[in-house]
Design a protein around this ligand. Sequence first.
Ligand code: ADP
Ligand code: MG
Length: 242
Amino acid sequence: MSVLALEGVVKAFGDQVVLDALDLEVAEHEVVVLIGASGSGKSTLLRCVNLLEPVDDGRIRLDGEDVTDPRTDADAVRARIGVVFQQFNLFPHRSVLDNVTLAARHVHRTPKAEAETRGRRLLERVGLADRAGEYPDRLSGGQQQRVAIARAIMTEPRLLLLDEITSALDPQLVGEVLDLVAELKDAGSTILMTTHEMHFAEHAADRVVFLQGGRIVEQGPPEQVLRDPQHESTRAFLSRLR
Ligand code: ADP
Ligand code: MG
């Protein structure tokens, strides 16, 4: 069974259809990279999965459970999903360690000592063990994004959603964040992400999905979609990036 399945998902803002009867599955341990021009619906797709936007039609299943059912407890669903956005969204007046542990303590009711032990282990894993007591603004953008990733995996989510997590970073900081995503992949995480870093997509994605106008135009292994695209619109999109 897939970890995530979108079945005929439709999302419109007013007259504008942003997700147009979209079908997409993500298998356990799979890394799926969504690509497409600005406005093609990538972020909306991720926001629908995280129940930040209601869908207008179709279904979204998480581990088989229909989470778009109106009776769904959205907080319980979100507790099973880890999310990192372009902006770091760390709490500025909380220490790095508090940022990593807060959700575990408050949403998952993990006792403080246990949460902090886990949090420190995760900070070690993202290479920031020595920054646990500092405030986020003392860290570089790349380090802050690594804290956000540690926070996202703290609760051992079934699925990670990463939306352009390197877009706000200085170019020299992109690599350290994407290296960490590659490590999560190697450790078996299930990831649905968007990025403009085609080099990363090429070596870390199991599957690349090209979206246009809220539809999947083309998908497949990265070497196929990125190196030998079958559709003119995919070729046009990729050539604009080069
Ligand atoms: P992408 O992430 O691929 O750039 P988005 O999902 O952000 O695309 O946006 C897809 C389309 O939906 C865009 O035309 C955008 O303007 C529109 N859109 C996104 N969010 C909203 C919103 N809250 N209200 C109205 N229109 C929106
Ligand atoms: Mg977006």
